[in-house]
Design a protein around this ligand. Structure first.
Ligand code: T4K
Length: 369
């Protein structure tokens, strides 16, 4: 690797290319390119086994997977979500005329704060959509208690949490369903893709119908639906990448430990922690900047860019500060002080097989004595 090559957040993990090419040849030989072909069926079986869930329905991307799950659950009115997330979480609701109600985060976990959730529940609330931000699980049991006591549904946007666990159980098993993104930039990717994981047979059957135009057999439409299908080439990428997932995660975790060691020596900077007793993918290396570091957060990003390192401000400034949400609160502004404060001081650093941790940390330590 060139000493000054471009390092960036989101550089894809790519498994065994020869194996992938072989799968693609077989797809061409079969002349079956999409609509639940062999590769999709194989990937779904392997994902369900890996996650320990009854059903894992692959999708064309994580956003459509969220939209279909939300619709299959008959959510309506208002759904409570964190604002500190990728905007797709909010859009998946708003796209269906459901109001995302933004809730503040717990300043320790950066996930939706269960104490705040209850304050937002009204007679219009039909669900809570938690996000396991950066792969760190939400306070699942407390959220489930709240959902149960109000008779509303709990689901999770698990876009960041593939391969992560909570109390020893893989993410994918919690709430009524959990939704993954398998986008190119995720720890496990299928180029574009996503999935809904659930242990609920009825929900799984409904989601399967809805992702394929509502078809139940040839010529027989029994439900409203859309096109949420994953294609065969994407599924082949998934099969190949799943074989190497343990390697991707191990590389990420090693890099994370090295980042941690180096950054602990720099005053004013720290990395967020992961629970070492659980499985975690360490895909997002989240750096926090405090006032004692000589540069502010955005100056750090510029300094890294000047050194050919593309860091990101995921997820500044929070969905509540983006359109259409910023303008949609009539006469009032969202008060999410913890979200505002945290999103202003975080930088996501590159991780994955291509990253040179020493080089990134050298740039960060240039400004310290
Ligand atoms: N919920 C959450 C919590 C999510 O984070 C996401 C997606 C979703 C839902 C929706 O899932 P999908 O519908 O996307 O499956 C990127 C990804 O596009 C998005 O999937 C991801 N979250 C989000 C956190 O990151 P952008 O707008 O930052 O993408 P972009 O094009 O700026 O690329 C990010 C970095 O990755 C750049 O440094 C370039 C690098 N990159 C990107 C691609 C596509 C590569 O090196 N190679 C590539 O092929 O959203």
């Amino acid at each position: 690797m060139n000493k000054n090559s471009l390092l960036h957040v989101g550089s894809p993990n790519i498994g065994d290319r020869e194996k992938f090419h072989k799968y693609v040849d077989e797809i061409f030989d079969r002349r079956w390119l999409t609509n639940r072909g062999e590769c999709v069926q194989k990937l779904e079986a392997r994902l369900a086994e890996y996650l320990g869930v009854k059903h894992c329905i692959t999708m064309c991307n994580g956003t459509v997977a969220l939209e279909i799950a939300i619709r299959a659950l008959d959510l309506s009115g208002e759904v409570i979500i964190p604002s500190l997330t990728f905007v797709a979480t909010a859009h998946a609701l708003q796209w269906q005329q459901i109001k995302p109600v933004f809730c503040d985060i717990d300043p320790n976990s950066y996930n939706i704060d269960p104490c705040e959730v209850e304050k937002h529940i009204t007679e219009k609330t039909t669900g809570i959509l938690g996000v396991h931000l950066y792969g760190r699980p939400c306070e699942i049991e407390r959220l489930q208690q709240i959902a149960d006591s109000y008779g509303i549904k709990l689901l999770f946007d698990a876009a960041h949490a593939f391969g992560c666990s909570h109390n020893g159980k893989r993410i994918g098993n919690f709430g009524v369903c959990e939704v993954f993104s398998f986008h190119a930039t995720k720890v496990f990717n299928t180029f574009e893709g996503g999935a809904v994981a659930t242990n609920n047979d009825e929900l799984a059957a409904k989601i399967r119908l809805m992702q394929n135009f509502g078809f139940s057999g040839v010529d027989n439409v029994v439900h409203i639906g859309t096109n949420g299908k994953m294609c065969e080439v994407c599924a082949a990428m998934g099969i190949v990448n799943l074989d190497d997932l343990h390697v991707f995660m191990e590389v990420n975790r090693k890099n994370y430990q090295l980042y941690k060691e180096k950054i602990s020596l720099i005053k004013g900077l720290r990395l967020i922690d992961f629970d070492e007793l659980e499985s975690y993918n360490a895909h997002y290396i989240v750096l926090e900047v405090d006032g004692s570091y000589p540069l502010c957060r955005d100056e750090i990003i510029n300094e890294l860019v000047n050194n050919n390192i593309l860091a990101r401000r995921y997820f500044w400034p929070g969905c509540h500060n983006m359109e259409p949400y910023r303008s949609s609160v009539s006469g009032a502004v969202y008060l999410l002080p913890k979200t505002d404060e945290v999103s202003a001081r975080i930088v996501v650093l590159p991780n994955g097989g291509q990253v040179d941790v020493e080089r990134v940390c050298k740039v960060l330590s240039l400004h310290c004595d």
